[in-house]
Design a protein around this ligand. Structure first.
Ligand SMILES: Cc1cc2nc3c(=O)[nH]c(=O)nc-3n(C[C@H](O)[C@H](O)[C@H](O)COP(=O)(O)O)c2cc1C
Length: 175
């Protein structure tokens, strides 16, 4: 078996943003495994400042879709996981919660793909007005920061896997 056939490599290259979903719920065991995979991401000083809000209620999914300019797929998605951080947990958390939560988000999306689900990262933290809106909608405390939302479900579209390195991105042995 060549290195490109490695299962983990195939999952990483095969993960794409999926924005069309079947009308089919994701079972609890799968949701818990997704969160467990998110929690396995690296974390600065191992502080683990991430929190995950799981949303399946259609009213809330639609409300999240309505108020966000780039989240209309949430009208269709059966599941959203809101990835949050707790900056006050420690000095390391204050400095690195965004990196920690981004790593968790990517693990979540990779695990979803590996389990035959599709998903897409919806930016919240740096999308004007979105963090406060999502916090209000879901009752997330003020001391908790919202990084983003993973819209998830069984995909209704397929995309080609990634391949190659973008021109100019690789700098061997120094810039
Ligand atoms: C920080 C961040 C925010 C994103 N926000 C959105 C978003 O609001 N809506 C959306 O449809 N996709 C969003 N995406 C997904 C990107 O558009 C997508 O990853 C990119 O087009 C590359 O496609 P791929 O994921 O299939 O490789 C976001 C991705 C990242 C990393």
């Amino acid at each position: 078996m060549g290195i490109r056939e490695n299962e983990a490599v195939r999952a990483i290259l095969g993960r794409r943003s999926i924005r069309r979903f079947e009308d089919r719920p994701v079972d609890t065991e799968t949701v818990e495994l997704l969160i467990e995979c998110a929690c396995a991401a690296p974390s600065a000083a191992n502080v683990r400042p991430c929190h995950f809000v799981v949303v399946t209620e259609r009213r809330l999914l639609s409300a999240m879709a309505e108020g966000h300019p780039y989240a209309k797929m949430m009208f269709e998605a059966p599941l959203a996981v809101v990835v949050c951080g707790e900056p006050d947990k420690s000095d390391f958390a204050a400095r690195y919660w965004e990196e920690d939560c981004s790593a968790a988000m990517e693990n979540l999306l990779l695990a979803a793909h590996a389990l035959s689900l599709g998903g897409v990262w919806i930016g919240v933290r740096h999308a004007p007005g979105q963090e406060a809106r999502i916090r209000d909608l879901l009752g997330i405390p003020d001391r908790i920061a919202v990084l983003g939302v993973a819209a998830l479900g069984y995909g209704k579209e397929q995309k080609e896997p990634h391949s190659g390195i973008p021109d100019g991105a690789l700098h061997l042995g120094g810039w």
